[in-house]
Ligand binder design. Sequence first.
Ligand code: AR6
Length: 348
Amino acid sequence: MPLTIVRNDITKMDCDAIVNAANNSLLGGGGVDGAIHRAAGPELLAECRTLGGCDTGRAKITKGYRLAAKYVIHTVGPIWQGGGHGERELLASCYRESLRLAAENGCKTVAFPLISAGVYGYPRAEALRVAMDTCSDFLMEHDMMIYIVVFDRGSLLVSEKLFADIRRFVDDNYVSEHTDKDRKLRARLFGSFAAKSESMEGAAMAAPMAAHSNMAETVCEEAALPDGLAEAMARMDESFSQMLLRKIDEKGLTDAQCYKKANIDRKLFSKIRSDVNYKPKKITVIAFAAALELTIDETRDMLMKAGFALSHSSKFDIIIEYFISHGRYDIIEINEVLFEFDQPLIGG
Ligand code: AR6
């Protein structure tokens, strides 16, 4: 996955370069700047003294000294003044300039903190969006692995409205599905006893349910066929790889447009292309489904070809269903939400 969000302390990232959210003097400070200087040792400050500072939106590179990273790229983000003072463009420039320096120095893996999102006051959701958009634009033209490193659990990384909508969607589907399924199962397994014992949740019911786990699975299989299954069966001879290539043609995309939009690495795409029976991961199938803007039925069909389904007993699946069924295919946005809900990100 060329672009991903991780939760970590950036000084622990084992990358070719880590990026520092510095100030114009480049002589150290608090926040991530302080942490990087402490971990790299005093030699870093000595080299920074030779650089003559740095303008806002620009970047300079030094060695990494005691860090695992070979280089530190120092960039200076804008101070948030309400958004009307060119903050967005300056912040995007920090990412672009840092990535340009990283590429010039042969870096293949780079980790960024959320520049300006601490002391400099840039709202976190917007700072993350600028980071993701600018890095994904860069990846359209370059091969690199970019990590956006989020340190603390604080205010939301996605807009409050989107978060609330998805929270509601997850709660509605996750809870009701489980409650209904449990009720049906209990009724079938224990007949009138279970029906009369609706209030007997927990320990008393858990033991017999566990003892009959095979039976429970059999009962689950009787559930209604997922949408699109009949159509999928009519095309049983088409593999995942073949369906993917067919859909790319139908949508009028080039291979590169598709795998870049899907946040899939070129090498992985080549493997899928050359192996008609390639068995992808679920996160890869979903990334392609989003990049190809498939309907929810087509998504289920593509998943089925790879041996997967979307279920209501997984938060990850429900979040994916939310986005696809609402026609929201922005992979960056989907990944921001998955990250917020502690779920795996999509891509390859
Ligand atoms: N690893 C990853 N992210 C971190 C870490 C860490 N170890 N520590 C903090 N963050 P900030 P700015 C996050 O304030 O807003 C300095 O004093 C933090 O949670 O470090 O660009 C400089 O010298 C936040 O999301 O940088 C400047 O004077 C993000 O890193 C000024 O702060 C950036 O927070 C720059 O302010």
